[in-house]
Ligand binder design. Structure first.
Ligand code: CP3
Length: 357
């Protein structure tokens, strides 16, 4: 009946998991934890399965995607899985000629320079990314009560790869286009926002329990420029998902000065990197949003006593927020010892456990 189909009213299941409850600012038995880039090169079982398959190819094989997504769930006991894919997967599906080069990242054959280049980015439908739809459906069945997080890149971060042609430290070409040709900039971001919204909608319809919008490089901008050139496009994506019924997480790196604006863009949860303590971040974001973060990924390379102190501090500072999802401030570094990640999950659960009565 209607109640059984309504994830919110059904007891148990991923919609009632600690992770989804924390995103909704509801009480949880413990602070939920997952790691950005938890599926990937820190795991020997990942390196083995990827040995002879290119990154983009692997994202287009549903069984392989499901297996890689499940690896960190089995190994670490994290509170959520994140779909194995990449932010450039929907852009490739939209017709952009690109590749993901090991050790470098996304590389675009013909960087975007003109209105014609923007026109060539086609809208996408489910059929353009049917392998993602299939992978999500496989995973939702396999995961049972463990929620699956879907994701996409936000317009600014995607635009940066498309305009630079690859990774960039300064985002100089991107900013030159933004300041010099604002109409072209907004046309590009509007296109990318449509692609991102479609990609996230496919994942939600296939059954993901939450989505994360990665604006990894937004921290390169001042707050004024963020509000003028970027926020409207990310807000368009987030508003397009407002009635989809799953929490929306909005994340960027180096965004201490942007946290208020990123919250205003419309997510339910704001990701925070290690530069801003969670209690400070909560004051900037406000009482109506949960926070996610924010262990420095390099701390995982330090002695365990340092890791333990930092984890305890973050769980404590997270209590200032109306909801806290423990995570790193950015992705797991490939050289991380996976056993340390497993211990961090157990420690977060232990120090945050709330006993009834
Ligand atoms: O576990 C997860 O978090 C899910 C998988 C995931 C990948 N990429 C897999 C991947 C996610 C969520 C992403 C998002 C992504 N991709 C972002 C946003 C998150 C962030 O880190 O800020 C960005 C900026 C990208 C672009 C990108 N793709 C980069 C910078 C790289 C790394 C390049 C390198 O080799 O150092 C990639 C490739 C990539 N995406 C890998 C993985 C596992 C490595 C490829 C490989 O294993 O050969």
């Amino acid at each position: 009946g209607a109640a059984a189909r309504d994830g919110e009213s059904r007891r148990g299941g991923p919609a009632d998991s600690p992770f989804v409850r924390a995103c909704r600012r509801e009480p949880t038995p413990h602070t939920p934890v997952w790691f950005m880039r938890q599926a990937g090169r820190s795991l020997p079982e990942y390196r083995e399965i990827r040995a002879n398959v290119g990154m983009l190819d692997s994202c287009r094989r549903p069984e392989l995607v499901a297996e890689i997504t499940l690896q960190p769930v089995r190994r670490h006991g994290v509170d959520a899985a994140i779909l194995f894919s990449d932010i450039v997967v929907p852009v490739a599906a939209a017709g952009v000629d690109l590749d993901i080069v090991p050790g470098t990242g996304p590389v675009v054959a013909q960087p975007v320079r003109t209105a014609e280049d923007v026109q060539r980015i086609r809208p996408i439908t489910r059929d353009d990314v049917s392998y993602v739809d299939e992978a999500v459906r496989l995973l939702v069945t396999e995961l049972g009560d463990t929620p699956l997080i879907g994701f996409a890149g936000a317009p600014f971060t995607l635009a940066s790869y498309l305009v630079e042609g690859g990774p960039s430290r300064t985002h100089a070409k991107t900013k030159a286009l933004m300041y010099g040709q604002p109409e072209l900039w907004h046309a590009l971001c509007a296109r990318l926002a449509e692609v991102t919204l479609s990609f996230l909608t496919v994942q939600i319809e296939a059954g993901v329990s939450a989505v994360q919008l990665f604006d990894s490089w937004a921290g390169a901008l001042s707050e004024a420029d963020y509000r003028r050139y970027v926020l409207p496009h990310s807000a368009y994506v987030l508003a397009g998902l407002a009635h989809a019924g799953v929490p929306r997480i909005h994340f960027g790196v180096g965004t201490g000065e942007l946290l208020t604006a990123m919250g205003e863009a419309g997510a339910d949860v704001v990701g925070v990197d290690w530069r801003t303590p969670l209690d400070v971040a909560t004051r900037r974001i406000g009482p109506d949003k949960a926070v996610q973060g924010n262990l420095d990924p390099t701390v995982l390379l330090a002695p365990w006593s340092v890791v333990e102190t930092e984890v305890r501090r973050i769980v404590e500072q997270g209590r200032a927020a109306p909801g806290h999802v423990f995570n790193l401030g950015h992705g797991v570094l490939p050289e991380t010892d996976p056993d340390v990640l497993t211990r961090v999950v157990a420690l977060v659960h232990e120090v945050s456990a709330r006993h009834a009565g």
